[in-house]
Design a protein around this ligand. Sequence first.
Ligand code: SF4
Length: 388
Amino acid sequence: MTTELPTPSTRPAPGTLTFSAPRRGKAPTHLADLDMAGRRDWLTELGHKPFRADQVSRHYFERLVTDPEQMTDLPREGRDELVGTLLPQLLTPIRTLSTDDGATVKQVHRLHDGAMVESVLMRYPGRVTMCISSQAGCGMNCPFCATGQAGLTRNLSTAEIVEQVVAAARYLRHGDLAGGTDGAGSTEDALRVSNVVFMGMGEALANYRKAVDAIRRLVDPSPGGLGMSARGVTMSTVGLVPAIDKLGREGIPVTLALSLHAPDDELRDELVPINTRWKVDEALDAAYRYYETTGRRVSIEYALIKDINDHAWRADLLGEKLNARGRGWVHVNPIPLNPTPGSKWTASRPGVEQQFVERLLAHGIPTTVRDTRGSEIDGACGQLAATV
Ligand code: SF4
């Protein structure tokens, strides 16, 4: 499959940042938008007993069902209407594409207003990682990224973010992702989403409230949410400094991944336009504060782009800047850039990538090249442009 980029007329001008999403297409309220107290209040307003909120929440988060026929503990009278109100259909599956012999699956969903989002499910030995979208499109305009070139369509609601994970959990429970019984870990583990990364479409911290509420739904124990470990959740950002500090104060110890892509302002201004607002040192200081506040080691994401940011001296500069802030607080993930159709940017040569990694290791920085699972189905980072 090839991902078509939008026509140039719909693309944002180079370097333009879009923080506020166009006001369109607000999704209908869904049970997953609210915490348990909010759900009980909603049920009371609708003229029902508040404990019905607990019952429907268990069906949704534990049993992963939305069919009123399967909710036999609810009174027959008015059941369809109640469930239809609490659990409106938010995502309509448009396409499911798989690769890696079925162990990687990209799901394309249409939202109620026609906007499109994508999520990717990946099985690794002993874990299942899900990459989700927080916005339809993205306003951060990184020039090497298909999503950024399409611009920002709108923010997703909390439930639209959560529903991507619930849809994937259902997919897993039905045994549709390959490798469920031959990997490490128990069969039960094989049927659960163990890790969620906010690395699909969008800059999650630009949709802060909805994204943080979505994290709460992922980690809240049932019936409040899916009961995942916060350690299994990674929030990715290009470096919205005030939002990183705010996230650190939320008291949910998710992993922070800072997409740095360059250690010097001159290049990063071009590669990651948010750098014109918050500079490399400010972003790294915020990442370090996040580590200090949460105790969670931070990941630095670095897309290696041939002859652009893959120089040995840049690896050295990155190592020096990270060590200047402390030891043991950070981990670097170089990622070979995924080719985007029509783009001049390509992945670094393997020998250059190797040298970059060795330089960082020589500075004592833990460094792991991240695989680019899903690149054949345009499901790797920077490739989610949701065209059908
Ligand atoms: S790389 Fe991330 S932040 Fe940058 S435009 Fe793409 S989706 Fe947005």
